[in-house]
Design a protein around this ligand. Structure first.
Ligand code: FES
Length: 165
């Protein structure tokens, strides 16, 4: 069944578009709205939004694929985002990423079979002074070491670490 924008979404979209001189300028907030509803932005949703904004599909897809904040598939319960920018890179992020891949048995962009973890890399999280940094859902974990990372994953697996989402 083709994806259809809901009436609720269209009402919000009209409100959001009214803040901008041209409705195509509302592309990013509307994508955030779509993601807020489903947790990700499906190909069909991009297509429907492109038609709604009278934009080429490629422009919508280009924005979704450029910004790591947009998810193109459902996420696991815990979305682990490892910063790959320079400060974190120099402070050991590649080793932490490798450890996560090994521990979880998944590659970047993948979700564990039990639906618990999704692993991503992202650009600078704005906490370079406490590199290396990992964002888990809405929470930051800074000055990470392999030991702290192991403890975090174990806590999350056992539901011991209350994240915001
Ligand atoms: S480089 Fe990682 S937080 Fe800035």
């Amino acid at each position: 069944m083709p994806f259809k924008l809901t009436e609720e979404f269209k009402a919000k979209a009209a409100h959001i578009c009214a803040r901008y001189p041209r409705k195509d300028a509302a592309l990013i907030p509307l994508l955030q709205e779509l993601q807020g509803q489903a947790g990700f932005v499906a190909e069909e949703a991009m297509d429907a939004l492109a038609q709604y904004l009278e934009l080429p599909y490629a422009r919508v897809k280009g924005v979704v694929t450029f910004y790591t904040m947009f998810n193109r598939a459902p996420l696991g319960k815990y979305h682990l985002q490892v910063c790959r920018n320079i400060s974190c890179h120099m402070a050991g992020a590649p080793a932490l990423l490798g450890r996560l891949k090994e521990k979880l048995g998944i590659a970047e962009g993948e979700t564990t079979k039990d639906g618990l973890f999704t692993l991503s890399t992202v650009e600078c999280l704005g906490a370079c002074g406490t590199a290396p940094v990992l964002q888990a859902n809405e929470d930051y974990f800074e000055n990470l070491t392999p030991e702290k990372l192991d403890a975090l994953i174990d806590d999350l697996k056992h539901g011991k670490h209350p994240l915001k989402r």
